[in-house]
Design a protein around this ligand. Structure first.
Ligand SMILES: [Zn+2]
Ligand SMILES: [Zn+2]
Length: 140
């Protein structure tokens, strides 16, 4: 159902519906949290063997433009997520885990908007060490 709705939304962006693209949308719908194009590729290639990483990147780019996905850079990679609410992403410098932290970034946008700038989005990345890495002595 949700897949159908999202595909309808994507048609507005001249998004040609192909089996590969449907598999990518299904991955997005079923994946909680943050993922990379590689993650999508590894899953989708099982049912769509002709798909390439470059194709996955292109599909994700179109979907991001449509507003269903958002992306940010961390650890040298582009990460995608469906959480469109303003939030900060915590990145562990040791294990690389990324988690949404409930900090509201709207204060930052409001403050910048008060200078007369138009804010489209705020990518706030907080770097540090997760509790697991701290406990196992990996926080240095
Ligand atoms: Zn960690
Ligand atoms: Zn996030």
């Amino acid at each position: 159902m949700e897949t159908t709705l999202q595909i309808e939304g994507l048609r507005k962006y001249n998004f040609k519906i192909t089996p590969q693209r449907i598999r990518v949308i299904e991955f997005i719908n079923n994946y909680p949290g943050h993922f990379t194009a590689e993650d999508v590729y590894k899953t989708v290639v099982k049912t769509e063997p002709s798909i390439t990483v470059a194709t996955v990147y292109n599909i994700l780019k179109v979907i991001t433009k449509s507003g269903i996905l958002t992306s940010f850079e961390a650890n040298g990679t582009t990460w995608y997520e469906t959480n469109l609410e303003p939030h900060a992403n915590f990145v562990c410098l040791s294990c690389g885990m990324i988690e949404d932290v409930a900090e509201d970034t709207s204060k930052i946008s409001d403050s910048i908007a008060s200078k007369g700038y138009t804010v489209r989005n705020v990518d706030l990345i907080v770097r540090g060490y997760c509790d697991k890495c701290v406990r196992s002595g990996k926080a240095i």
